[in-house]
Design a protein around this ligand. Structure first.
Ligand code: HEM
Length: 394
């Protein structure tokens, strides 16, 4: 290498400093820190680097419910959903118990496979697919497969699956490391079927102590849901039978979105698709983002303020006649821009009846193609005395 390559020129130094200022990365680093002799004020304050990113607070992995459903709130920025099948002769109980132990070590930061990375707000949430649930009891919640819906283009390997491992973390680097540790633990007992990573944008406060991110269509996503403890008891957590109490049912569907066609609409047309304002999340019927749409509100000439085919009308729990679902979706860019729709509810009908109601005439659906689909029983929480999955497969 040429000697000059080792010594950055003053010009190069200034370029780097300029780039740091432009990127807003110079915590405490003002033009005062420019090297002496530069044209700016030439005091000799030391150049300080950017501050370290604080490690987010830990989320308890043990307890009545698994983490990664209601906690943390708001959800972490990064997700990987791994869906796998179990070999025919695999003992389900021991595998789940081992995965639970591994999750305990990973979230506590004691598993050497973490390679010293701080786990921060890492959560790992495990669910089992209908085939395994049926083996434990044909009438248990979670024993039913999802039906087919319109606008699906799903390869056989991206439909269903025996095991869901949902890994979420504020630090994107943790996700593949944690996935590798869990896959290592399971070894050849599982065969990966499909996986999807996703991320969430910055959180926007929407009132009532809640915050939700925008999705790739620019709209705040995740406002309505069972957010109070009473709503979660009623609509989110399974209350029985005892072997599933404290669990819930997950629906995971990857939807590609036609961004160019949506972006070609005017803002008013985009807002009519959802029934909410793009900038604020406020329903087209007024009020606040958190207050929810007033579906009966009309213009003086008798048109609904929230259009008849608006997504928030077609998906509204009272219009469908179901409970609330907790949506915890992540945006995707691979294999295509879209949404990994993730919802949790204690009755699968909450999802199926809602999508059936949307299928008839939801303006949003025309922009979507679903390319992966599965449902899982999210196992009840676990601790040292009650291994993961012991209630069902112990
Ligand atoms: C790519 C597809 C989808 C996108 C981009 C999307 C986005 C949104 C947005 C922005 C809202 C309004 C704000 C909020 O309450 O979070 C919303 C509401 C909602 N969505 Fe979706 N959604 C999608 C698919 C679905 C599907 C498949 C379902 C369920 C079958 C669903 C169920 C709901 C429900 C229940 C609401 C609340 C409606 C209300 O009560 O106001 N969404 N969605």
């Amino acid at each position: 290498m040429h000697r000059a390559d080792h010594r950055p020129s003053r010009r190069a130094f200034l370029d780097v400093t300029g780039a740091m200022v432009a990127a807003g990365l110079t915590a405490g680093c003002t033009s005062d820190a420019a090297p002496s002799g530069s044209s700016s004020s030439a005091t000799a304050a030391p150049l300080r680097g950017p501050a370290a990113t604080p490690t987010p607070a830990a989320v308890p992995a043990l307890g009545r419910h698994q983490a990664g459903v209601t906690l943390p709130q708001p959800a972490q920025g990064n997700l990987l959903a791994l869906v796998a099948d179990l070999g025919a002769a695999v003992a389900v109980g021991p595998l789940l118990a081992e995965l639970g132990e591994t999750i305990r070590g990973l979230t506590a930061g004691t598993d050497p496979r973490l390679l010293g990375l701080p786990p921060g707000d890492l959560t790992v949430t495990v669910g089992v697919g209908p085939r395994l649930v049926r083996a434990a009891g044909a009438s248990l919640p979670g024993a039913t497969d999802l039906p087919r819906f319109s606008r699906e283009r799903i390869a056989p390997r991206a439909r269903g699956g025996d095991l869901l491992v949902q890994i979420c973390a504020g630090d994107a680097l943790l996700v593949p490391v944690v996935a590798a540790a869990l896959l290592d633990q399971a070894g050849d007992r599982i065969r990966e079927r499909w996986r999807q990573s996703g991320r969430r944008g910055a959180n926007v406060p929407v009132g009532e102590g809640l915050a939700a991110p925008r999705n790739v269509l620019g709209f705040i996503d995740g406002i309505v849901g069972p957010h109070t403890a009473a709503e979660q008891r009623r609509d989110l957590w399974l209350s029985g039978p005892p072997e599933v109490a404290g669990g819930t049912l997950a629906v995971v569907r990857r939807m590609e979105l036609d961004l160019p066609r949506f972006a070609a609409l005017s803002v008013a047309e985009q807002e009519a698709v959802f029934g909410r304002r793009r900038a604020s999340g406020v329903p087209l019927s007024g009020g606040t983002a958190a207050s929810g749409p007033e579906l009966g509100a009309k213009t003086p000439d008798g048109r609904y303020l929230v259009p008849v085919d608006a997504h928030v009308r077609r998906a509204h729990a009272t219009m469908v006649g179901v409970g609330l679902m907790l949506r915890r979706s992540y945006s995707t860019d691979e294999p295509a821009p879209g949404l990994l729709f993730v919802s949790f509810q204690n009755d699968l009908r909450t999802f199926t009846a809602t999508l059936t109601h949307m299928d008839a005439s939801d303006a949003l659906l025309g922009f979507t193609t679903t390319t992966a689909s599965a449902t899982f029983l999210i196992l009840p929480g676990f601790d040292r005395q009650h291994p993961l999955g012991a209630g069902l497969f112990g």
